[in-house]
Design a protein around this ligand. Structure first.
Ligand code: ADP
Ligand code: TRP
Length: 339
């Protein structure tokens, strides 16, 4: 799997921050499309757990540990094959941190001043009338896109499948790679491209807004059946009576159903909407479909979480393989910059 800089296959790389229990939005919007790309023989896939990124959002050690295992178990339960995919934990690859510093040293501060998460934090302070507009903003939050750039550049990634909110970060990584190449007159670092799937970029949550743990509107991916049903029943619908014909286009239940059911099942539900369907029945249909599809993966997920040593072994092997490649690029880069 050694490709540093002379690979024939394109490299697809993405990471997930372990800062919450995986939800349906993470699955449909990020993990499922990434795993589909990994099956494509034109790509080599690198999927990792961005645990250093979680330090910025989460300061609870026990929860972090739990989320790291949950994200790892999720990737594996959904079909990631660690024999074919480079699967590792960011903090197991210290080379990323070294690269991070080298990249930091050529990056204009202004580039990160314009990053949207930082700007949003400043704007929120201003809106709240804070005297210090930087109040509560850590250097971690400010440097977040920097570390992402190191994650991506470390493995010569060509394509980075991400949600819409992350596109700017990939553009920042591109700028940084090009800048270092320019400064040190080399062509060592690959400039990555973001890949966003229009169909799955915004999976709606319980209240119809984007499903996100920040909005507290998620449906947990591997909640036990009973809990899954409870969550599905909480989806906000309008106050139309059961017999009234219903619009499928603005309906969260229908939007979610489309991602789980096949074409003819989707058509059949659309017809029921046309004829008039009670919201309870629509939600029950969605729940049953989701439960049926998720059940085998949920069993695998529960098994892995009950047997964490299996996850540990996969991650240790993945780290070992990934470090070999990371070291190669870092050695070349250090040589190039005169170290
Ligand atoms: P959250 O918004 O719940 O904090 P994250 O930011 O941790 O989720 O997202 C992890 C991955 O899942 C990212 O690639 C993100 O784009 C994707 N993702 C999260 N929520 C959704 C959603 N509702 N629709 C599509 N993709 C999503
Ligand atoms: N910032 C991403 C998120 O919150 C996670 C992430 C970290 C990532 N490093 C990355 C994604 C590198 C793609 C590539 O979703």
């Amino acid at each position: 799997m050694n490709k540093a800089n002379n690979q024939s296959k394109k490299i697809v790389l993405t990471g997930i921050t372990p800062s919450g229990t995986p939800h349906i939005g993470n699955y449909i919007g990020a993990i499922k499309p990434a795993l589909e790309m990994a099956k494509n023989p034109e790509f080599d896939a690198y999927f990792f757990i961005a645990d250093y990124h979680s330090l910025i959002k989460l300061w609870d050690s026990k929860l972090r540990q739990q989320y790291i295992y949950e994200i790892a178990a999720t990737w594996l339960a959904l079909g990631l094959d660690p024999e074919h995919v480079m699967f590792y934990r960011q903090s197991d690859i210290p080379e990323i941190m070294e690269l991070n510093w080298i990249l930091t040293s050529v990056t204009a501060k202004g580039l990160l001043n314009r990053a949207h998460a930082y700007k949003a934090a400043v704007d929120a302070n201003i809106a709240e009338g804070e005297k210090d507009e930087e109040a509560g903003i850590t250097m971690g939050l400010f440097n977040y896109p920097m570390l992402m750039a190191a994650d991506i550049i470390m493995f010569n990634a060509d394509l980075v499948p991400v949600g819409k909110d992350q596109i700017q970060h990939i553009e920042i990584a591109r700028d940084i790679a090009n800048r270092l190449n320019h400064i040190y007159k080399c062509n060592l670092l690959k400039a990555p491209e973001a890949m966003v799937d229009k169909e799955t970029q915004t999976i709606p949550g319980l209240d119809g807004r984007k499903m996100s743990k920040s909005y507290n509107n998620t449906i947990q991916l591997f909640a036990p059946s009973k809990q899954l049903r409870k969550q599905v029943m909480k989806i906000v619908t309008n106050s139309q009576l059961p017999e009234e014909p219903k619009d499928t286009t603005e309906c969260t239940v229908f939007a979610l159903y489309k991602h789980f059911a096949n074409e003819s099942e989707v058509e059949a539900l659309a017809e029921r909407y046309q004829q008039g369907i009670g919201w309870g029945e629509a939600k029950q249909t969605l729940f049953e479909k989701m439960d049926e599809l998720l059940m085998p993966m949920r069993e695998k997920y529960d098994y892995l979480l009950a047997n964490k040593h299996i996850i540990d072994e996969y991650l240790a092997k993945g780290a070992h393989k990934a470090r070999v490649e990371a070291k190669q690029l870092l050695d070349k880069l250090k040589q190039q910059i005169g170290m």
